[in-house]
Design a protein around this ligand. Structure first.
Ligand code: NAP
Ligand code: MG
Length: 479
């Protein structure tokens, strides 16, 4: 019997279309890598191979950059309304294929399907919708008297924690401004970028406008070094960001860097504590803590420290760790074995340096890379766990007595990407936010994103902004 609503299977039951082997997407076509080398991408939740992916070397990067240059001649001359039409097509196709993309993202990277379904994929589509809307309004993005022109060929390098979303953050504004792109996805999570390449092919976007070259760090380095690239947009670790900055110095290439973070999440005694606990949990355990803007340093006012620690001890016990494709899972798999080892090493250092370790008790799956939700108390600001990015589900709790001390401790970091403040007092919220040296400050919430809102860092968290009108400026040359 016909029903009013079409049956839509739950995302975890959707089987994504997978090829055994993926080539490079260059000049609108799938091509083999010159070296004929392929790498495996695995499912970190069970360590099985998902597919083989082309290893692109400097020669392949060169082919892609040349295709992007040719594509630029055509793309930059299209009317803005035509460019918008193509970008809207990408946005719609992501929405139409959102379930498949969500499964693919969780399969390849280990994140809970609830997050890829409700956050990564819809937010990726939202970025394309948002910037498609800007394509024919660029004169409003620049100061009167200036003409907004594209920069040219953009090399874009993305990490593994939000693979499709980071690609969307970069591609959407670049394309809206009339640039063409060579995208380098991370080695462990190439599949959604490759699915996006297929979407782009099916959307009839002119050849060479978007090229996707998979590979490892040296593929990214070849892109950075290529003479035909006019701009590099990089999201990843601070160490690699510094290498790129040095290599680009003096070349005239434009550069934006979105790097690491060690955000302070500051909780005052007058905060609504039930809400704050949820914000703390969201802030550090979202995506297993593989989040550049994670609230990984919890600064709590001394008077509520014991209460918060007791509540958090109970709350982490309720988080379900396991199969990323189960919609009830809260904590999925750690993205790779090296990342798991890095988390373990930093946790050992925290224990050795004298902090107290608390971890949710749960059974770990027999295979795959997993780490239960954890936190440290008795943390000194000098401890490595308080200074270095762990990039895992591990929180460092530090106390403060006065708002001034909270600011001083929050800003005592080489990073400056994000921060959170929890207090019932509006003026205190504003005062703290003004004094935190962080690109984004969330008040009584955490990890909220919108395409219209700029995101980016200070200090060793990088420079340049993604999102909003600010994000357009990074892809425009003014005349
Ligand atoms: P990563 O090691 O720096 O890698 C990022 C990307 O750069 C990957 O595609 C990587 O390729 C490539 N790469 C590696 N070495 C390179 C080189 N010498 N030249 C050019 N490209 C190179 O970082 P990750 O471990 O993937 O990602 C985690 C980091 O990203 C964290 O520090 C996190 O805070 C940061 N992040 C920042 C933001 C932000 O918006 N600020 C957002 C998300 C993540 P392979 O992976 O294939 O080696
Ligand atoms: Mg993988």
């Amino acid at each position: 019997m016909a029903t009013a609503f079409a049956y839509a299977p739950a995302p975890e039951r959707v089987r994504p279309h997978l090829r055994e082997r993926y080539g490079l997407f260059i000049d609108g076509k799938w091509v083999s890598p010159k070296s004929e080398r392929y790498m495996e991408t695995i499912n970190p939740a069970d360590e099985t191979k998902i597919a083989e992916v082309a290893y692109g070397d400097a020669e392949d990067v060169d082919r892609a950059v040349r295709a992007a240059r040719k594509g630029f001649e055509r793309w930059s001359k299209l009317t803005a309304a035509d460019r918008a039409k193509y970008i809207y097509r990408i946005a719609r196709a992501i929405t139409e294929r959102s379930r498949e993309l969500a499964v693919l993202e969780s399969l390849d990277g280990g994140k809970p399907i609830r997050e890829s379904r409700d956050f990564d994929i819809p937010t990726s589509a939202a970025h394309f919708f948002y910037y498609a809307g800007w394509a024919d309004k660029l004169e409003w993005a620049v100061r009167a008297g200036h003409v907004a022109k594209p920069i040219g060929v953009c090399g874009q390098i993305v990490p593994w924690n939000f693979p499709l979303l980071m690609a969307a953050w970069k591609l959407a504004p670049a394309l809206a401004c009339g640039n063409t792109v060579v995208l380098k996805p991370a080695e462990t999570t190439p599949l959604t970028a490759l699915a996006l390449a297929q979407i782009i092919a099916e959307a009839d976007i002119p050849p060479g406008v978007v090229n996707v070259v998979t590979g490892d760090g040296s593929t990214g380095a070849a892109l950075v070094d290529h003479d035909g690239v006019d701009k590099i947009a990089f999201t990843g670790s601070t160490d690699v960001g510094k290498i790129i900055q040095r290599r680009i110095a003096g070349t005239g290439k434009r550069l934006t860097l979105e790097l690491g973070g060690k955000a302070a999440n500051v909780v005052f005694e007058d905060a609504p504590l039930d809400q704050a606990i949820e914000g703390i949990v969201q802030g550090i355990y979202f995506n297993q803590g593989h989040v550049c803007c994670a609230g990984s340093r919890l600064l709590v006012e001394e008077s509520v420290h014991d209460d918060i620690v007791a509540r958090l001890t109970d709350r982490i016990q309720t988080l379900r760790l396991g199969d990323p494709l189960d919609k009830n899972t809260d904590i999925g798999a750690i993205n790779s074995l090296p990342q798991l080892e890095k988390i373990r090493e930093l946790v050992s250092s925290g224990i050795e340096q004298g902090a107290t370790f608390v971890q949710a008790e749960c059974e770990l799956p027999k295979r795959g890379y997993f780490f239960p939700a954890s936190f440290f108390t008795n943390v000194q600001t000098s401890h490595r766990i308080a200074r270095e990015e762990i990039f895992g589900p591990v929180l460092a709790i530090i106390t403060f007595r006065t708002p001034d001390e909270a600011i001083e401790k929050a800003n005592n970091t080489p990073y400056g990407l994000s921060a959170g403040v929890w207090t019932a007092e509006g003026s205190k919220n504003m005062w703290i936010a003004q004094h935190l040296r962080a690109g984004v400050v969330w008040c009584n919430t955490f990890n909220k994103f919108d395409p219209s809102s700029p995101f980016g860092g200070y200090k060793e968290s990088g420079f340049g902004r993604e999102g909003g009108v600010h994000g357009l400026h990074e892809y425009l040359a003014l005349a």
